[in-house]
Write a protein that binds this ligand. Structure first.
Ligand code: SF4
Length: 391
């Protein structure tokens, strides 16, 4: 079964879309040439898809969000027990959907999480239900950041991409509200053939909106759900995009990040080495940037019914259900997660790559392309040195 819901409304990214300075807590540095962190004890970020219900029907929705709530949604004591477990693990909770605002108990659960000291971020859908009162409430409750989707610099692009007229205006209103209420925003953009030509103009728009924009996450489409019908980038296009992100990121008044694109780390390392960055500085950066963090390693996903998967875009295998077993236990013991954290066991060129512990490729995209979550990342141009030597 495929996990339901959509992070694509505001996917906070493979590193949660939030600063990863503390990403290495409880994590071990592994690998020699370019090490990365293994999060075997606790995830840095728990993504909880609270509901499938959403008034939008975006073209790229990972899970075909629906209009009505599922009566089987995880709620009440089951939801609170999971939040306590997240507290014990020291992870961040990221609320996604569907549209979390469709949950009548949203504020109650956020308040509970905050009371016991769990950091919370939220990715609401940009619909008329995202009112000033709602945003103010987020602020009062101490929500760390709000994820807002903006896929193009103007309505024609954004609304056409979403397939829902009027959403661009709602996203702009959400940015304005966030500025007034002073809540940090992470803008999420899905990068496909359709949106790629508009990124530069979108950068210009976001530049004028910083603050509240603190982070811009460029999510490289993983072709699952409705997104399977959209145009994913080729490996060459991805590399060109990385070059642009690297350059734009030097000047940007917000942090720029890529999502479901761990091979940006390889690009980044190559650029830094070419610029003469010493090894020691690289290692410090690895800590700060959470190298190694990826699906099932530092990241875990809980569906609206409490089913646990390695990540929102990695719909297999089903690891368990938090109603039957604590999330912490599933995270620490599931054999598939142990496999996903072992970069020496990767197949194809990723397994032979000297960047595998820092990067490791998108396990979601590998799975979407081949049905094997340990397969090589299909959109990486890099030829590992071991391969080059035998070629
Ligand atoms: S070959 Fe795989 S591990 Fe190496 S840089 Fe590319 S995606 Fe990363």
């Amino acid at each position: 079964m495929r996990p339901q819901g959509t992070l694509a409304h505001g996917h906070p990214g493979e590193v949660g879309g939030h600063e990863v300075v503390s990403a290495t807590r409880h994590a071990t540095l592994v690998g020699d040439a370019y090490p990365g962190y293994v999060f075997s004890d606790a995830p840095r970020n728990v993504y909880w898809e609270m509901t499938l219900a959403c008034d939008l029907a975006c073209k790229h929705c990972r899970a075909d969000a629906i209009k009505r709530r599922d009566p089987m949604e995880l709620e009440g004591e089951g939801a609170r027990a999971m939040i306590r477990d997240i507290k014990a693990m020291g992870s961040m909770l990221i609320l996604t959907g569907g549209d979390p605002i469709r949950r009548p108990d949203l504020f109650e659960l956020v308040a509970y999480a905050r009371e016991i000291g769990v950091p919370v971020s939220i990715t609401p859908s940009t619909t008329p239900t995202l009112t000033r009162e709602v945003v103010e409430r987020f602020r009062t409750l101490g929500v760390a950041a709000m994820g807002i989707s903006v896929d193009g610099p103007k309505a024609e692009v954004h609304d056409a991409f979403r397939g829902v007229p009027g959403t661009f205006a709602h996203s702009m209103r959400a940015l304005a509200l966030a500025r007034e209420v002073r809540i940090p925003v992470q803008v999420n953009t899905t990068v496909t053939r359709e949106t790629l030509p508009h990124l530069e103009a979108l950068y210009g728009l976001l530049e004028k909106n910083a603050p509240p924009v603190r982070r811009w996450s460029l999510f490289l489409l993983v072709p699952v759900g409705r997104g399977a019908r959209l145009g994913a980038l080729t490996a060459e296009e991805v590399e060109t995009l990385f070059g642009w992100v690297y350059e734009a990121g030097r000047e940007a008044p917000f942090h720029m990040a890529t999502v479901e694109a761990p091979h940006y780390r390889r690009h980044w390392i190559q650029r830094k080495l070419a610029e003469g960055m010493p090894r020691g500085a690289l290692e410090r950066a690895a800590k700060q940037m959470g190298f190694g963090m990826r699906d099932g390693n530092g990241v875990i996903f809980v569906s609206h019914r409490g089913d646990v998967y390695p990540a929102g875009f990695l719909p297999a295998p089903l690891l368990g259900n938090v109603r039957q077993r604590p999330l912490s236990e599933i995270y620490r013991r599931a054999p598939a997660l142990h496999q996903l954290r072992n970069m020496d066991a990767l197949h194809g060129k990723c397994g032979a790559c000297e960047f595998r512990w820092a990067c490791g490729g998108s396990r979601s995209r590998a799975y979407a392309a081949t049905g094997d979550f340990m397969a090589a990342e299909p959109t990486c141009i890099y030829q590992p040195l071991a391969r080059q030597a035998t070629a």
